[in-house]
Structure formats: C-alpha cells, structure tokens
Design a protein around this ligand. Structure first.
Ligand SMILES: CC(C)(COP(=O)(O)OP(=O)(O)OC[C@H]1O[C@@H](n2cnc3c(N)ncnc32)[C@H](O)[C@@H]1OP(=O)(O)O)[C@@H](O)C(=O)NCCC(=O)NCCS
Length: 182
C-alpha cells in the first residue's frame, strides 16, 4: 500500500512521540536525547499541529494506518526551520523525499523565502536527501551542541533559498564570505 503524506492531527500525538523516542534512542541522528521530554515535546507538537496562523506545519507519513515518518517546520521572519524522522524499518523507500517535497511545497505556498536545517556531520543519508532538494551548506558549526554526557558535537547548517527573485541590497546584493587571515 502506498504511503500517504498528510498534515498531522491531535490524534497522532502519541505516535509522533513514539517515533521521536525511537529515533532519539538510536543515539546518532537527531538532537533529541534519551530520555526525551515527552511532556514538553507533546506540548510543542500539539502547538504545531493546532496552530492556525500558518507559521508552522506538522506533516506525517502513514503506511497501512501506521505513522512511519514526520516532518515539522516552524517559520520565523520568513525562514522555515525543519526537522524530520522516518522509522528505522522504513528508510530508503522514498518516505523522506515525499515528506520533504510536501514541506517545500507548503513553504512556498506560505511565502517562506528560505528553509534551513542542521544535521550532524556523519548523517550522510540525510545530507544526500537534502542536497537532492537543492540545499547547500552554509556553515560548519564546530563544537556547537553540548550533549547530556558533556561532549560537544559539531553540526552542519544547510539552507535552501526559495525566493531568488527579490532584490538584495542595491549595491551589495552578494559578497563572498570573508576569509580568516591565514
Ligand atoms: C534522513 C531520513 C529522513 C531520510 O529519509 P528516507 O525515507 O530514508 O529517505 P528516502 O528513501 O526518501 O531517500 C531519498 C533520497 O535521499 C538520499 N538518501 C537517503 N538515505 C540515504 C542513505 N542512507 N545513503 C545515501 N543516500 C540516502 C538519496 O538521494 C535518496 O534518493 P534515492 O533513493 O533516489 O537514491 C531518514 O533516513 C531518517 O529519518 N533518519 C534518521 C533521522 C534523521 O537523520 N533525521 C534527519 C536529521 S537532520
């Protein structure tokens, strides 16, 4: 049976938290760590699902009535920030691409001019998916995130510009990044 991509409902909350918990339990893909804060995450997921101002969206992937993937996008000042999960037994089957396709469609329709996200440097599968959609690296964030065990993990910042038509600064539309003196 084909996977259905749809917006999340309040009834999906526990399955969404189960998926998040399972992926966090893998320990290497997402920022959330075990034990996840189920209460806090439920509140944030509920806010996203029940939001009516068009500033955020929760998409879910459903297969035979089971929730197997999710993607949340929160926007601020026209920039969407996304996070996504596909259940471990269902990866590599096009579900991530289907979610991301819907999410970029949603973002364009919502007037979002850019989408950004971060991934861990070793998450090559996620990186390949994002690059397939046109995301490019915008920064390497060394020792950016403190983990529960005290370690500091690097992250990679990616961006996807959706609005290439709006003008930039009249005289300084684009400047190459400044290099540190060697
Ligand atoms: C990253 C993730 C969302 C991708 O979802 P997915 O359903 O497995 O991805 P898809 O099957 O839709 O793959 C789409 C494309 O992404 C790329 N890709 C995905 N996984 C890949 C992998 N392990 N290795 C190489 N390329 C991969 C490929 O380009 C693929 O296209 P192709 O199948 O035509 O080659 C999923 O693996 C996942 O949830 N991982 C754990 C959580 C996570 O990492 N979340 C993102 C945090 S930044």
């Amino acid at each position: 049976m084909a996977v259905t991509i749809r917006t999340g409902k309040t009834d999906d909350l526990e399955a969404l938290l189960d998926l998040r918990e399972a992926v966090a339990g893998e320990g290497i893909w997402i920022a959330a760590e075990m034990p996840i804060d189920r209460e806090g995450d439920r509140r944030k997921h509920r806010e996203t699902i029940e939001s009516e101002d068009g500033s955020r969206v929760m998409l879910v992937a459903e297969l035979d009535g089971t929730l197997v993937g999710s993607l949340a996008m929160l926007t601020a000042r026209g920039v969407g920030d996304l996070g996504m999960n596909v259940a471990s037994g269902h990866r590599g089957a096009g579900i991530g691409a289907a979610l991301l396709g819907e999410a970029t469609d949603w973002a364009r329709a919502a007037g979002v001019h850019k989408v950004e996200l971060e991934h861990w440097p070793w998450n090559h599968g996620a990186r390949a998916l994002y690059e397939r959609f046109g995301f490019v690296e915008e920064g390497y964030r060394r020792r950016q995130y403190r983990r529960k065990d005290g370690a500091l993990w690097d992250s990679v910042l990616l961006g996807l510009v959706l609005d290439e038509d709006a003008p930039g600064h009249p005289e300084r539309a684009s400047e190459p990044p400044r290099r540190q003196p060697s």
